[in-house]
Design a protein around this ligand. Structure first.
Ligand code: CA
Ligand code: CA
Ligand code: CA
Ligand code: CA
Length: 904
């Protein structure tokens, strides 16, 4: 084993910011205040440090000759977002207000960043009140303690003639609220009391229900409220502008009458409430209500800096947007809902998520619409699949209260004059629009951005699918916005859970789960193979990912050896849940839990569990939430099949999650069987015409909204194809998979690094994720049998992995990258038998929207095994920031073959 690094690192998305470095000059002149920086830096994710209340500081800009306005560099209190405001709402800044800020941690000054003017979008009385001041939108700066402001023309000259009363508001969103639900008490799931006779396929009714997770508790009803801190003595510091009274509203006329909530035909998606994201409840007014919901208006926040946030920072960003909206005179945050790229949904404006609360997001059209904003600038960024799905779920739930067709059209009447704050439609004039439209359809704005706007029809179509009530896929058990890593160590009957973090997986918070862990059902016995297969999904519908773990070597208490079992552990505690075993097939040797997958097959809002076993010709078990089980065999053979792997997605885009299952039949041929979700559950749809292999992954490789399948086929004798292994990609369609446009990729494919050699075993492992945030799912595939030459010597089975890019034509060889321990920056070096690529995961473990590479090498360090994490950031793959997790790092036993299995 060669030298390795286990240093901490920061992802490229942070490191890559090309901040100009300059001395932290603090200018102090008469009447100008420099702030003391007494605040202690806290972690970037706002957790774990000292609690801080949200605060807003206002600093007046200086008047300079010729009516120029600005602010010299100065040290300030801590803030994370800024906006510039001025007295006359009708006035416009001459040119563009720009800021530079000093990073709290590094002390580096940022380059100049523009602030976009954002017209007030409120109507009626709120509009009158909000019209008291002009201003820009808020810019997320990251944790900062210094500011410099200027207003410049396009050629960079400071511009004169600026509006009176210009100031900059420094927004400190404070820390995330503490608290979360207590782990559910463990209760064992009842075993099916009457096992039906063994048949090829069958169903059993639900037995005892799974224990349900508690409602979130411990969340304060009165979270931290924004306060203006004790201000240094200076006339330059003022409080947020006082609330002014507003005259009665003209049309449209939201009322203060609170309507009765209406039930929806669609299950409510998991929403992070105002209390959970730490909203202020010091509202500046009382939002009114419409009478119904007619349409959804989709927005983006439009700031490039929002594209650089981790989803772990979304809660803080929401608090800063609420602070901005307060500062601009709104009653509360203007949007009704917000989403982020990870698919987290946040409650926006208060007043009742299930009511037609009038927002402040689209002047003239705030009444009887729901405003949904996606954090980010989608003029530049590409929307994520998770976010589009989340928006569709909100639309469907809200529309389901009123029986509205999301793909229909609606005629709306403008309630504010044309030209007011960008409104395009004269007051009283009717306009016919899609039920899901963009802000730019009614306002002179680019919002929701050129990359999101074309997706609105897809959002509407998704919202209309019969399976729209589906649980949102999640791999985030602690609900901090970041996918969490799981490494199965079945030889040691355990799994390691390493939570994601803004700087990558947080090994200090790693957890070891075995059947002897508190709250985990069963007990650990030699040969259980607990951890052979693992999958994330939200089984109890509380928004926290739950972990499903297969133990194919588990014996039952009646003496059936290797019957196998499946354990479900609820997030965030992973210390409660239930387990179950086979139904309906011969018990001994069934080995249930050889493969598992989690998806909402019947789209009731709670994810269900699919599992399969190798025994008895292969068998499967579909357990819907609530316990109803269907089961069957894979083949008519009596001997064992091999190499099970399951993956889930929505191949026909009907909203119901589907499953693909790989096995090698008793004749030695690889097969893939497709299962289709529907309102009644998951049913076996048949073996597909393309041969199987040893691994499967699902993603939307061509970005058309249908999930596609990639089959890893490492062994020619099982799959056909080339001797060194290959990948076969099939497109999903409205009727399932099609071989039309099917792609086969191997190391002799054009643009793919390396060359095909017998025994490379490319496709032993595959995983799907979007590593470059272009909206197309990419694939990471392991070739643990790849021999590599280092220092003139052949290193047999050193192993490597291939990263293949998705695009409008799906996966091709174009742009593919090979990664091994000889890649510059990757820890260690290639050695005989390392088997890098024994398992792979392509998952965003830092929340920046780019999937990182996690590679298992189960033959490294003898048979101890290791994991290697290669982050992906805005500058590309961060090989130099790769980290190796050894047996010592993760606390696995020796010879346990860490790196044998990874989730997803
Ligand atoms: Ca997480
Ligand atoms: Ca859950
Ligand atoms: Ca489906
Ligand atoms: Ca991609």
């Amino acid at each position: 084993m060669s030298p390795r690094r286990t240093h901490a690192y920061r992802p490229l998305s942070l490191r890559g910011r090309a901040w100009l470095t300059a001395g932290a000059v603090v200018l102090s002149t008469a009447g100008v205040v420099t702030y003391a920086t007494a605040d202690q830096p806290a972690p970037a994710d706002g957790r774990g440090g000292a609690e801080r209340e949200p605060t807003i500081r206002t600093v007046k800009l200086h008047s300079e000759s010729g009516g120029r306005k600005g602010l010299e560099r100065r040290t300030t209190g801590r803030f994370s977002a800024v906006l510039v405001t001025w007295d006359d709402p009708e006035a416009k800044a001459k040119g563009t207000p720009e800021v530079r800020t000093r990073d709290l941690e590094s002390g580096d000054w940022s380059p100049w960043q523009p602030l976009d003017t954002e017209p007030n979008q409120a109507d009626g009385a709120e509009g009158e009140r909000a019209a008291a001041r002009g201003g820009t939108g808020s810019l997320w700066t990251g944790d900062s303690d210094g500011i410099e402001v200027r207003v410049v023309t396009a050629d960079g000259e400071e511009a004169g003639g600026q509006p009176a009363g210009m100031d900059v508001k420094l927004l400190d969103p404070g820390t995330d609220p503490e608290g979360g639900p207590e782990p559910a008490a463990y209760a064992a799931d009842a075993t099916d009391p009457a096992t039906p006779p063994a048949t090829d396929q069958g169903t059993v009714p639900p037995t005892a229900d799974e224990p349900s997770a508690p409602e979130p508790t411990g969340v304060s009803d009165t979270p931290a409220t924004p306060e203006v801190p004790a201000t240094p003595e200076s006339p330059a510091i003022t409080q947020t502008p006082p609330v002014t009274s507003a005259p009665p509203s003209p049309t449209p006329s939201p009322t203060s009458t609170v309507p009765a909530p209406r039930p929806s035909t669609v299950v409510k998606p998991p929403v992070i409430t105002q209390a959970e994201w730490g909203a202020s409840t010091e509202y500046d007014g009382t939002p009114g209500y419409g009478t119904k919901i007619d349409a959804a208006v989709v927005h983006h926040t439009g700031m490039d800096s929002d594209n650089t946030l981790s989803c772990a920072q979304s809660r803080a960003r929401l608090r800063s947007i609420q602070q901005e909206h307060f500062a601009r005179g709104y009653y509360d945050i203007g949007y009704n809902f917000l989403v982020d790229r990870c698919g987290q949904i946040f409650e926006g404006r208060s007043g009742g998520m299930d009511l037609p609360v009038t927002g402040a997001h689209d002047v003239g059209f705030n009444t009887n619409t729901v405003g949904i904003s996606y954090l980010g600038n989608f003029e530049s960024a590409r929307p994520s699949r998770a976010a589009l799905d989340a928006i569709a779920r909100i639309v469907a739930w809200k529309f389901g209260m009123y029986g509205i067709d999301p793909t229909g059209k609606v005629t709306l009447t403008s309630g504010s004059p044309k030209g007011q704050d960008g409104n395009l439609v004269e007051k009283g004039t009717k306009i016919t629009l899609p039920r899901v439209f963009g802000h730019r359809d009614t306002n002179a704005t680019a919002c929701p951005g050129k990359n999101l706007y074309p997706k609105l029809s897809r959002i509407a179509a998704l919202a209309k699918t019969p399976g729209i009530s589906h649980a949102l896929p999640t791999s985030d058990y602690d609900r901090d916005g970041i996918t969490d890593l799981v490494a199965g160590v079945p030889k040691a009957n355990g799994v390691r859970v390493v939570p994601g973090g803004v700087d990558g997986p947080v090994t200090a918070k790693k957890a070891t789960l075995t059947q002897n862990s508190p709250g985990v059902p069963g007990s650990s016995e030699s040969g259980d193979a607990f951890g052979t297969a693992t999958a994330w999904g939200d089984n109890n519908g509380d928004g926290y990912a739950d972990l499903v773990i297969g133990s194919p070597g588990e014996d039952d208490t009646d003496g059936h050896a290797d019957r196998g079992s499946v354990t479900v552990l609820y997030g965030p505690g992973l210390a409660s849940g239930y387990s179950y075993t086979t139904t309906g097939v011969t018990a001994t040797g069934a080995k249930l839990g050889s493969a598992v997958a989690v998806g909402d097959f019947n789209a009731d809002g709670k994810a269900d569990v699919f599992s399969a076993g190798t025994g008895k010709g292969g068998n499967y078990n579909v357990r819907l939430r609530g316990g109803a089980t269907t089961y069957g065999t894979l083949t008519s053979a009596t001997g064992p099949v091999a190499y099970l792997d399951a993956a889930t997605g929505d191949f026909n885009r009907d909203g119901y999650a589907d499953v693909a299952l790989n096995y090698r039949d008793t004749g030695g041929t690889g097969r893939v069987v497709r299962f289709a979700g529907s309102a009644s559950g998951l049913t076996k749809a048949g073996v597909i015409s393309v041969k199987g292999g040893r691994s499967l992954a699902v993603g939307d490789f061509n970005g058309n909204g249908y999930d596609d399948l990639v089959i890893g086929q490492p062994v020619a004798a099982e799959s056909g194809g080339v001797s060194g292994g290959q990948l076969t990609m099939l497109f999903g369609t409205s009727s399932g998979f099609t071989t039309t446009g099917m792609k086969v990729i191997h190391q002799n494919t054009a643009s793919v690094p390396g060359g095909n050699e017998s025994g490379d075993a490319l496709g032993t492992s595959v995983s799907a994720g979007d590593y470059d945030a272009d909206g197309y799912t990419d694939v990471l595939a392991g070739a643990p049998g790849e021999d590599l030459t280092r220092d003139g010597a052949n290193r047999a089975d050193a192993g490597n992995a291939l990263l293949l890019k998705g695009g409008s034509a799906g996966l091709t060889g174009s742009g593919s990258v090979a990664v091994s321990q000889d890649t510059s920056g990757v820890p260690g070096s290639t050695e005989t038998g390392d088997r890098l690529g024994s398992a792979v995961a392509l998952a965003d473990l830092s929340g920046y929207g780019r999937a990182d590479l996690t590679l298992g090498a189960d033959g490294e360090d003898g048979t101890d095994g290791v994991l290697i994490h290669v982050p992906s950031g805005s500058r590309g793959l961060g090989f130099a920031d790769s980290v190796l997790y050894s047996r010592t790092t993760l606390g696995t036993p020796s010879d346990a073959r860490l790196g044998q299995t990874l989730t997803p």
